[in-house]
Design a protein around this ligand. Sequence first.
Ligand code: AMP
Length: 199
Amino acid sequence: MTLPPATIAPFEGRSVCLFCGASEGNDPAFVRAAAAVGQATAEQGWRLVYGGGGVGLMGAAARAAHGAGGRVLGIMPAFLRSRERLFDDVETVVVTSMHERKQLMYDQSDAFIVAPGGVGTLEEVVELLSWKRLDLHHKPVVFLNLDGFWNGFFDLIRHSVSQGMTPSAFLDAWTVAETVEDAIQQAGVAAEAAIYDPR
Ligand code: AMP
């Protein structure tokens, strides 16, 4: 399938991308937090960049940001439009592939918040972190670690460091926030230092 090139309305302010589940999860605190992230981005005058869906934590965040008067940019591959229930009350770009979706999300954003999510969220953030590992970008990546949700992931990376597979500098590639307030504060910082270490 070929789609026309995306036209995205210019936005001069800060854009923060949210990676999070297309499911709501079992803990209602996750939906509340996703909505709080959306609302906070609007209150900061930031644009929320996300996967474009109306379902799960993604949908909760986008509706809250939009409801609070914020700018939202959703980026959705055409084949997922109905499955992830495209939320087209906001600016939406429909792309052809997952790769294109991720590339646009990365390009359009100044910082990233990673809320609880499934394998899709994990895939997105691992690619983003692997690019940071190579100094392809220095944008803040903040894990919203609600109730220790991401601890298993941090342990896995620490294991890789302890086994000499990943340089310890990589542990500086992200920050961890326990609350939405802290996540917003950390997502507001300027670009971070280079971390590339070829070991
Ligand atoms: P999940 O965390 O599995 O609920 O997925 C969260 C979001 O990530 C959903 O919108 C998925 O469509 C999206 N996703 C899953 N895999 C990829 C991928 N390879 N590239 C881009 N987005 C993805």
